[in-house]
Design a protein around this ligand. Structure first.
Ligand code: TYM
Length: 333
């Protein structure tokens, strides 16, 4: 029996993973792999809460898994699987739906933001956080490493677990979200007032850097990064300097240097130099990952085998908790 704490996290295979996903989540998943019993999931059920072109989605699911392996997720140390391959996620989500008040879901800020832009809102979009709760609770998860934008969903997961436990008796461990100290919310390079996101990256050319972008593409984005009319390169909280702070945060997350070291390094330099250096640090970080990715994708049968095996193991790990939940609500199991 492992005594390691259990980590679960997920990522949607919609659009291309960007440097915000990397800094806020993936980088930490990789770095802390030895510390925990890790379960990582490509959440395709979540992806279809907004319409996805089926052909593109299928390709993106494999791409997502490939990128995660290329980033350093090690199948010997972590389970990496596709959500829809483990039916327990959808099954438990149904049971949890029945203890989750609709009002809790209507209050979710991501739901409010996403639904405000739509003419027709799917039930799945509203229910999204319950499926996320199911993902997490199925594995008796201790820690959920995510970016800041997922904090509210993790709170909801805890509330759902507590409500179920209170109604039916101890069933689920209460998980804790862990947010990185540096880079919990990377902002758009073109607009530092909004969070960097896969959906905006698909619409706005200079919004984000994708993990598979070439050095030229990285520079094309960084060159146009929004800064301000001043010239101090500091981690200032002044909202006018949000662009510079965002660039410095990316630099800090990727170099591991302290704020003081970084401010010292850039003292007297111009914004042009800052952008070039941030671009270079990103390009260097992406190089090994891209090389591994290209190698991996030459023959996707190995990738498919990894996903298949991990799904079988995940299903086996999820089974006792799903069974317990079914027993608790009174099903004949
Ligand atoms: P997703 O696919 O939007 O993002 C994956 C991870 O990247 C983080 N992230 C960011 N971090 C810093 N700055 C940003 N600009 C930024 N954008 C995204 C996210 O916080 C996330 O950690 N609902 C989840 C997927 C999910 C999940 C789960 C996560 C489904 N089930 C269970 C944890 C546990 C999502 O849409 O992430």
């Amino acid at each position: 029996m492992t005594t390691k704490k259990i980590v679960f996290s997920g990522i949607q295979p919609t659009g291309d993973f960007h440097i915000g996903n990397y800094i806020g989540a993936i980088k930490r998943w990789v770095a802390e792999q030895d510390l925990y019993d890790n379960i990582f999931c490509v959440v395709d059920l979540h992806a279809i809460t907004l319409y996805q072109d089926p052909k593109i989605l299928r390709a993106k699911i494999r791409q997502a898994a490939g990128v995660l392996l290329a980033c350093g997720i090690d199948p010997q140390k972590s389970l990496l699987f596709v959500q829809s391959h483990v039916p327990a996620h959808a099954e438990l989500a149904w049971i949890l739906n029945c203890v989750t008040p609709v009002g809790w879901l209507e209050r979710m800020t991501q739901y409010k933001d996403k639904s405000a832009k739509l003419e027709s809102v799917s039930t799945g979009l509203l229910d999204y956080p319950v499926l996320m709760a199911s993902d997490i609770l199925l594995y008796q998860t201790d820690y959920v490493p995510v970016g800041e934008d997922q904090k509210q969903h993790i709170e909801l997961t805890r509330d759902v677990a507590q409500r179920f436990n209170a109604l039916y008796g101890e069933t689920f461990a209460i998980p804790e979200g862990t947010i990185p100290k540096i880079g919990a919310r990377i902002m758009g390079f073109d607009d530092p007032t909004v969070k960097m996101s896969k959906s905006l990256a698909a619409e706005q050319k200079h919004h984000a850097v994708g993990l598979l972008d070439s050095p030229d593409q990285v520079w094309a984005v960084l060159k146009r990064a929004t800064t301000d009319s001043g010239k101090e390169i500091t981690f200032s909280e002044d909202s006018k300097k949000a662009g510079v702070k965002n660039l410095l945060t990316v630099y800090q997350a990727l170099t591991g240097q302290t704020q003081a070291e970084i401010e010292n390094h850039f003292e007297g330099k111009l914004y042009g130099a800052l952008k070039r250096e941030v671009a270079d640090v990103i390009i260097e970080a992406l190089k090994p990952l891209q090389a591994r990715y290209n190698e991996l994708m030459q023959d996707t049968s190995a990738l498919d085998a990894i996903l298949q095996r991990a799904a079988e193991q995940a299903a086996a790990r999820a089974a006792p908790t799903l069974r317990k939940a079914k027993e608790k609500v009174g099903f004949v199991v």
